[in-house]
Design a protein around this ligand. Structure first.
Ligand SMILES: [Zn+2]
Length: 257
């Protein structure tokens, strides 16, 4: 993801100043400790050469850094009550087809909301709600369901809308993913966003955020290496990855991560 953050010196000055204007918009990854922080973290500030700056927590995690236990960059109180309210509404009714009109009717300003969600999750609420529905459909396919019932499960208005949303994400139609292949893909939900994992019976080959532009190309690359198509389902390594992610985030919630 291209970062639109200012240059390194500007960001390091903001870090030294513990500038609160960067809350939710920038994080610092510290090479010497392997952790990442909010710029406002009370901890002693690292030297500039050990810092790299990212716009989202997802980018920091993908770069291999762990969240700081003092400033707890995964906590989202800073996102505001509107974000928390909608996240709760989404969890309560994941199959609901949200529109901008629903948001306005609930008293939200759509453009403020768009900014808040982009800042914290890298996507708008409507995009997130659509992804959530796609996850339901993917889960139905994983369990061996037909595309038509998966589409129904996911609350998509038509089979073609479901296929199009699926193809945009994974670069292929849902019917191209069959069960019983050597490499199997599975959808894993995490508090930071949904991920796709691909594993064989013995190894995890890919763990990637669903919104990543590179995901379809990565899937094709895996298929070339494995000399066969990717199917759907869960193998031992996939179950293990899902369990480890769940433990990791549960630990974060307790503050012991
Ligand atoms: Zn910190």
């Amino acid at each position: 993801m291209l970062s639109d953050l200012p240059d390194h010196a500007t960001m390091h000055a903001a870090l030294l100043a513990r500038d609160p204007r960067w809350e939710g918009r920038a994080y610092v990854c510290v090479a010497t400790t392997g952790i990442f922080c909010r710029l406002t973290c009370p901890a002693r500030k690292p030297l500039p050469e050990n810092c790299s700056f990212h716009a989202t927590v997802a980018d920091c995690l993908e770069a291999g850094f762990r969240p700081c236990k003092r400033c707890r960059p995964l906590d989202r109180e800073g996102a505001g009550p509107a974000v928390a309210e909608l996240m709760a509404a989404l969890e309560a009714d994941p199959g609901r087809r949200w529109t901008e009109r629903d948001l306005i009717a609930a008293g939200h300003d759509p453009s403020t909301l768009r900014r808040a969600f982009r800042r914290h999750f890298g996507m708008t609420f409507l995009e997130m709600a659509r992804l959530r529905r796609l996850r339901e459909g993917f889960a139905a396919l994983e369990q061996g369901g037909k595309v038509i019932s998966a589409q129904h499960e996911a609350g998509f208005e038509s089979a073609s809308a479901f296929r199009a949303a699926f193809a945009r994400l994974l670069g292929r139609a849902p019917s191209d993913l069959r069960q019983g292949q050597l490499l199997l893909a599975s959808w894993i939900a995490t508090p930071l966003g949904d991920m796709i994992a691909v594993a064989s019976a013995s190894h995890l080959h890919l763990l990637e955020f669903v919104g990543r532009k590179a995901l379809p190309a990565e899937l094709r690359q895996l298929e070339r290496e494995a000399c066969g198509p990717i199917g759907l389902g869960r193998t031992g390594p996939l179950e293990q990855a899902a369990a480890e992610l769940a433990r990791y985030f549960a630990g974060e919630a307790r503050g012991s991560g």
